[in-house]
Ligand binder design. Structure first.
Ligand SMILES: Nc1ncnc2c1ncn2[C@@H]1O[C@H](COP(=O)(O)OP(=O)(O)OP(=O)(O)O)[C@@H](O)[C@H]1O
Ligand SMILES: [Mg+2]
Length: 427
């Protein structure tokens, strides 16, 4: 059996905390079995490494490993993503498609943010866990699969069960073994170690001298609450590495990068555990953003169509003045920016690559059949938001010669949100 140290090296896990070591040890121990594992812990603590370890050390290692972010897939498409669909099962299902449970046969599926699964999907999942059986959407033919499930959540599952948002029987099925990753603030000895590692990585990446923390800055680093855990620590190490000319970082400089820690030696209490009411809002916020974007895209499509039909740009501008103001107007962009900020924790737009094809109607077919057009774009837009967003960001960055501030202003989002998206999409 590989040692905890060897696994840490192989998976680039930094830290010597006893609870972290125990979590890795548990992953090594359960790997050769087919036991379902639930990884728990706050956002950004490093849950994603555990299912990778489990898969890599299991007899399934040569088969597929598929990671699914359940919280990022719209409710309407998640069954089809997971279990596949038959041709004609719904508008836009132009061909039969295999879902992850079919593709990963013999392998492992990592269900991230499993607490976000809709109840109907939970029923299907329970059935697969119990006897390996599932049905494609729109099919009555039972299919078999042999998949090992590792799930993760950063929400309190007991609360979700109490509120009847998560099935108790499924919870017990999923959590035969539970692996908990402690928050960073409880791993005091690892905090500076991780910071030094990230500082050194970013120094190399950006070909700059490695930043170094002065003594009082180290103290602040250890006292801070780190609500975003290692992900936040890494981001801050990167920001400071890139933005600070002075490579020796003092208390005041570090303080400036830590949200809600400003002005005091003892950082203020940051947002406590997220309130229950906020969780119930997450899906609503997600839909709001999707619907807002969908509205904008519809407007843009209308405008593009006008431009395609009519070569006279000025005339199109005149005739569509209201529409143009609605799309590019100040008020709208501010709304968008606000929604973006609110949802920044949710990675709302990190939708998976669209798998289903839905042809864009030609202008001709649009003229012939308006209703057909409306149906088609509904399906297509839900699935390609992610691509459209990447395209928008790329174009804006090009137009602004890589200047993030200008690009963010143009896109109507904050610089921080843009920075996060550039990282998220590897742009
Ligand atoms: N011990 C560690 N050593 C080095 N990097 C780490 C460690 N733990 C986490 N990271 C890094 O921190 C980031 C966040 O980790 P990860 O994505 O696994 O968080 P998570 O627990 O899945 O959070 P969420 O619940 O928000 O999905 C990743 O970039 C990961 O590589
Ligand atoms: Mg994660």
């Amino acid at each position: 059996m590989e040692s905890v140290q060897a696994i840490k090296q192989r998976f680039e896990i930094i830290g010597n905390d006893v609870k972290l070591n125990r979590a890795i040890e548990k992953s090594i121990q359960v790997a050769p079995t087919d036991i379902s594992v639930l990884v728990t812990g706050e956002s950004g603590v490093g849950k994603e490494a555990m299912p990778k370890i489990i898969h890599a050390l299991s007899h399934r290692k040569h088969a597929k490993y598929i990671a699914v972010n359940c919280g990022a897939i719209p409710e309407g498409t998640i069954d089809s993503e997971l279990f596949g669909h038959e041709k004609g099962a719904f508008t836009g299902a132009t061909a039969t498609r295999s879902g992850y449970f079919e593709v990963a046969d013999g392998g492992t599926i990592f269900l991230d943010e499993v607490g976000e699964l809709p109840l109907t999907t939970q029923v299907r999942l329970l059935r697969v866990l119990e006897n390996g059986e599932f049905l494609k959407v729109g099919s009555s033919q039972v299919q078999k699969t042999d998949v090992r499930i590792v799930a993760a959540t950063n929400v309190n599952m007991f609360e979700a069960i109490k509120k009847e948002k998560f099935r108790e029987d499924l919870y017990y099925r999923l959590s035969t073994v539970e692996i908990n990753i402690p928050p960073l603030r409880d791993r005091k000895d690892d905090i500076h170690l991780l910071f030094r590692k990230f500082a050194s990585d970013f120094g190399q990446k950006y070909k700059m001298p490695t930043i170094r923390l002065e003594e009082d800055a180290v103290e602040l680093l250890l006292k801070y609450r780190w609500p975003g855990n290692i992900r936040q620590l890494r981001n801050i190490a990167e920001q400071i590495s890139v933005l600070e000319e002075q490579r020796s970082i003092n208390f005041a400089t570090l303080n400036g990068y830590l949200p809600n820690a400003s002005g005091s030696n003892l950082p203020a209490v940051i947002k406590q555990e997220r309130k229950e009411s906020e969780f119930s809002n997450e899906r609503e916020i997600l839909y709001k953003v999707l619907f807002d974007m969908k509205g904008d895209l519809n407007d843009l499509k209308k405008l593009t169509l006008e431009l395609l039909k009519n070569n006279d740009t000025e005339k199109v501008q005149e005739e569509n003045e209201n529409l143009i103001r609605k799309i590019y107007g100040k008020d709208d962009s501010e709304d968008y920016s606000e929604a973006e900020e609110q949802s920044s924790e949710l990675e709302v737009l990190s939708l998976p690559e669209p798998k289903m094809e839905s042809p864009t109607p030609s202008p001709k077919s649009v003229q012939e059949d308006k209703y057909h057009f409306a149906e088609e774009i509904e399906e297509e837009e839900t699935l390609s938001l992610h691509e459209k967003e990447i395209e928008l960001i790329k174009k804006s960055l090009e137009r602004n010669k890589g200047k993030r501030k200008a690009a963010a202003a143009e896109l109507g989002i904050s610089e921080r949100t843009l920075y996060r998206k550039i990282k998220q999409y590897n742009l």
